[in-house]
Design a protein around this ligand. Sequence first.
Ligand code: ZN
Length: 454
Amino acid sequence: MSRWLIRNCDLVATFDDDDREIAGGDVLVDGTVIEAVGHQLSTDGCDRVIDGAGLVVLPGLVNAHQHLYQGATRAIPALERALIGPWLGGLGAIFKEWWQHGRFEPAHVEAIAAAVLCESLLGGVTTVADQHYFHPAGPTRPYIESTIEAAEHIGVRLHACRGTLTLGPDPDVVQSVDEVVRHSAELIAAHHDPEPGARVRVALAPCGVHVDELALFDELAALAADHPEVRLHTHLYEKVDTDAARERYGRTPWELLVEHGWAQPRTWLAHVVDPPAAEIAEMAAAGVGVAHLIAPDLRMGWGCAPVRAYLDAGVTLGFGTTGSASNDGANLLGDLRIAALAHRGTEPDDPTRWPSARELLRMTTRGSALCLGRPDLGMLAPGMQADIAAWDMHSIDRIGVHDPLAGLVLTGLSTRAAFVAVGGEVLVEGGEPTRLDVAAIAARARAVIPALPE
Ligand SMILES: [Zn+2]
């Protein structure tokens, strides 16, 4: 493995324990890990020295919630303006129709996932938590295995979240609890790497209490407990689950998780838009993480999750995009800008309550990494994985920026990263991929995405 130095960067934002920001800083990489961060580091033994002039350098961004296969269903006309119920039903019908006509095979998912992972990488994302939850009834087809293959091809770390529907309204796309547990165990045995530096980990991820058997939550909590670093993930407080939990069980979604063994540090939750205030303290005490997903929350008309309350309570807060069917993109930096602006409307008279650019960047680096159980990611410090993303502050839309970190979030156009490395491998340099043929990856995905059903 090589040893290289990126030198004299405009700013190195470490997100380490002291939140060090180093103007004119260097990052030294040896093999797959960071050896040092500081000023005027020695170039002894380096194969390469990269000029960091104009660059703001961050830990690689971590997307804490994504559905890669939904890259095939962006901007569906009938779902452009739809509430969550019709949106879920409409989307599910499209994938079912494609699958029934042999147009949604694991190889198709591989091509679509590769394209969205490539898009993510070009935007500075180095780790993605992907929940694949479309599974026809019966023995599980290797959709998730295909997604893992795509991640290995692109070079991005993947937390493969084994999604489920075990109680959905359509029996054709509902699996039994037994089959989910069987396949989850198989997936862990074949692909889960519990070690620091892991490229692939498996998480167990029912879609939610509204579409899954409660017994599944018990079974998956027990399965996770048997395997180091296997985490638990689900959607919570996205309106439909709140209604179903009350009507079916007379509980809140969180109360159901507590009752079924999910109020624990292995758990991280997606959305959590409008929990009762008292439950936020319970989430913090239980050590669960929350992934903030501003773009889909706004697209679904839900408004802003109580981010300041989470921060005040000490909840581990990450950030993600969710899938490209309810985001239409995989652009974390772009979504940070939306978050920076949207939250101002929730507390218009108190700017101190608005999330700052630094808080949002921290969520998207170290916060997301901690949600995923990755203390080896999300920070630029000696011994950490060399996952690095940098943006060019000399771009045309960033003249006049006086605070590079805030400027990165608040300026809006050049969201593509200038430089990206994953585990020490440089994958983007000078804004261009070093080994990926982006046009070919996009063409391959376009070729397998069918037309919409009549
Ligand atoms: Zn989701």
